[in-house]
Design a protein around this ligand. Structure first.
Ligand code: PLP
Length: 348
């Protein structure tokens, strides 16, 4: 394998823990969890591993400004802003919200997008942290994201800010490297642990996490299945995206592994009301993990994936006598976003 530039700042290896109470309550296979909510860098999460490679690449290219995009409660944006602060980059975040609207003449804006559009914003959860890390925010509607991102990049370049573009979710072949090595880390941990997981289950969205884990599984000999619970895409779209990323990542490091979409395992049965909409599935999963294991999930990603895991256990999808590992990918700050609070604690 070719060596890739990397800065080591994640808190690794993250622990693998047994979940005795959930195993008992759900009456399913023995459940384990890999704690990537504990990777460090601004409350942890899966982006820390990707950013070790992306920030190293930005440094190699002598960039001065990290630019990326995401939803209003994006964990990726929060962690990118923290990495920028830590390593002395400026940071520009292009944030999307469906609530960004055209300004009426008599309205005052709490956020002005600079394009005649406004957005009344509550600075909570990840968004509060983006601002603490001193990121510059650019607001846009989801459908204008690519256009605004491009414009932002061009302007930064014109101004001599030497921008480095980190793609949505940090999911390109460089970012995916973080999860190739995460699989190596797990395989090393399994040498000391007699309980070999038959399935690894986690939330999948922009696909970098799943691409890295899938390639890592091939490279380091993981014999079970890497199952992404889709957060926002139909199965066929996500399989295609993950296979393509895994192939690019394999090429980048001089490996010969080739993936077809049919080699990638995705379940899209838990899309619910769409991206970021918390329903009963996420609510129950968050409550069960909190009440019985003292573990915090998030409303958007891990809540949805754990909800899927719980449902699959109840349906008898997994072999009863083979352990299952839930890979926690972080996202905890979104729990503190006002929009989710009444669903989390119904009496509020
Ligand atoms: C907490 C959390 N889990 C999972 C994911 C999905 O990871 P990926 O985009 O690599 O598929 C994200 C993406 O933003 C995330 O923030």
């Amino acid at each position: 394998m070719k060596d890739m530039p990397r800065i080591h700042f994640a808190h690794l290896p993250t622990p693998v823990e047994f979940l005795p109470n959930l195993t008992e309550i759900l009456k399913g296979p023995r459940l384990f969890i890999k704690r990537d909510d504990q990777t460090g860098l601004a409350l942890g999460g899966n982006k820390t591993r990707k950013l070790e490679f992306l920030v190293a690449d930005a440094q190699e290219k002598q960039a001065r400004t990290l630019i990326t995009a995401g939803a209003i409660q994006s964990n990726h944006c929060r962690q990118t802003a923290a990495a920028a602060a830590k390593f002395g980059f400026d940071c520009i975040l292009v944030l999307t919200s469906a609530e960004v609207k055209t300004k009426q003449s008599n309205e005052t804006a709490s956020q002005d997008t600079g394009t005649g559009q406004i957005f009344a914003v509550v600075p909570d959860g990840n968004l509060l942290l983006d601002q603490l890390f001193n990121a510059q925010l650019v607001w846009t509607k989801p459908e204008d994201r690519e256009k605004v991102l491009q414009k932002t990049w061009i302007e930064a370049e014109k101004e001599g800010r030497v921008p480095y573009l980190i793609p949505y979710g940090g999911s390109n072949p460089i970012g995916a490297m973080g999860y190739v090595f995460a699989m190596k880390e797990l395989m090393d941990q399994l040498i000391e642990c007699p309980e070999y997981p038959d399935y690894i289950v986690f939330p999948s969205s922009s696909g970098g996490t799943q691409a890295g884990l899938s390639l890592g599984a091939e490279m380091f000999g993981y014999k079970g299945r890497v199952l992404g619970i889709s957060v926002d895409e139909r199965e066929a779209v996500l399989k295609e995206r993950v296979a393509s990323l895994a192939n690019q990542c394999s090429q980048l490091i001089g490996e010969k592994h080739v993936f077809l979409p049919s080699d990638i395992h995705v379940n899209d049965a838990y899309l619910g009301g769409g991206y970021g909409v918390m329903g009963k599935t996420e609510q129950e999963a968050i409550q069960l993990f909190a009440r019985y294991e003292g573990i915090l999930l998030d409303p958007v990603y891990t809540g949805r994936a754990a909800g899927g895991l719980i449902d699959l256990i109840r349906k008898g999808f997994f072999a009863q006598d083979k352990p299952v590992l839930f890979w926690h990918t972080g996202g905890t700050p979104a729990l503190f976003a006002q929009r989710y609070q009444s669903s989390l604690i119904p009496s509020m």
